[in-house]
Design a protein around this ligand. Structure first.
Ligand SMILES: Cc1cc2nc3c(=O)[nH]c(=O)nc-3n(C[C@H](O)[C@H](O)[C@H](O)COP(=O)(O)OP(=O)(O)OC[C@H]3O[C@@H](n4cnc5c(N)ncnc54)[C@H](O)[C@@H]3O)c2cc1C
Length: 285
């Protein structure tokens, strides 16, 4: 994945906030779904893309530009030259490694604080690495954590709405801290559950056993419960593995896949094949 500074931010567009809804309950981490309308017809955004959000920050060294990327979280809706795009954003904070102080993430807090009618500056769109394989018999193992569900929600919708006649297996593994934070797979926003009727689709979720104690989300364990099927899928050459989410997912997956395949070396070798064959794609932030 290219470094953030390598993205072209010359092309800028104005987007208006049409809706902003908190998807997670008050006592959990804030994740919002925001619907943006872009009036300029030149902004042509597809499912497998991200876009940037620019925040102008004034600090002690003058004005700076803060640019962050967000995945398209639904099929873009295009009519009358306008484009409606949906994004998911988690309100982030981070601990400064020198001072040890807790700071608010600039981009995500700016977005979470926007109100309906506000205008924001966006860039892009930029391609995500999640391609729909040409072969409709191909298998897809999609693994997301937290807001990493965003690109896969759009991707799965795209396959069943637009590509159609998908014959390969799609297995979505999704990790969230608690059942209330299972975006699009909970009772209230069960958007992805509508694909449970599709013969080829299955979704599995992993939670943290003790969400209030920061215990890790057991994504690796849930994958291990499906070990036989994963081994079978990984034994086929037309199997793609796509991963999205924040950085903790990397170690969890290495652990899970190593256990499933029997050793770290076996997983490293299979992963190298997936990477070499363009069958592994990830966005990790
Ligand atoms: C291709 C791509 C697609 C992305 N898509 C999304 C998306 O759909 N939704 C989204 O919320 N973010 C997404 N991100 C992350 C996003 O770009 C920002 O990094 C995030 O909003 C934090 O920005 P910030 O300016 O608030 O804080 P920063 O100062 O950039 O980061 C603060 C801290 O939060 C951590 N962090 C960043 N994003 C998350 C997250 N989502 N969950 C948990 N911890 C996180 C960072 O590692 C850092 O430690 C994506 C990143 C990339 C590269």
């Amino acid at each position: 994945m290219a470094h953030l500074s390598e993205y072209d931010i010359e092309n800028q567009f104005q987007a208006t906030v049409k809706k902003t809804d908190r998807l997670t309950p008050a006592e959990t981490e804030e994740v919002r779904e925001i619907l943006l309308e872009v009036q300029q017809p030149e902004f042509q955004c597809q499912v497998d893309q991200s876009f940037g959000v620019i925040v102008n920050v004034s600090g002690e060294f003058g004005n700076t530009i803060h640019h962050r990327l967000y995945s398209v979280a639904d099929l873009p809706d295009k009519s009358n030259g306008k484009t409606l795009i949906t994004m998911l954003v988690k309100r982030c904070s981070y601990v400064d490694e020198f001072s040890g102080e807790l700071y608010k993430g600039v981009g995500s807090n700016y977005l979470c604080d926007r109100q309906v009618g506000d205008r924001i500056t966006i860039t892009g769109p930029f391609d995500l690495p999640f391609r729909v394989p040409d072969d409709k018999n191909a298998n897809l193992i999609l693994i997301g954590m937290g807001t990493g569900i965003a690109p896969f929600r759009a991707f799965v919708k795209h396959i069943y709405h637009d590509v159609k006649d998908w014959k390969g297996k799609i297995r979505l593994f999704y990790g969230a801290r608690s059942g209330l934070e299972l975006l699009y797979l909970n009772d209230k926003d069960g958007d992805l559950t509508q694909y449970y009727d599709e013969a080829t689709f299955e979704a599995f979720h992993a939670l943290s056993p003790r969400p209030h104690w920061e215990a890790p989300i057991e994504l690796d364990k849930v994958m291990e419960q499906r070990a036989a099927e994963i081994v079978e899928m990984l034994s086929q050459s037309a199997t793609y593995v796509y991963v999205a989410g924040y950085e903790k997912i990397r170690d969890m997956l290495d652990k899970g896949f190593s256990n499933i395949l029997g050793s770290k070396a076996k997983w490293e070798s299979r992963k190298a094949e997936l990477v070499a064959g363009d069958k592994w794609a990830e966005i990790i932030y």
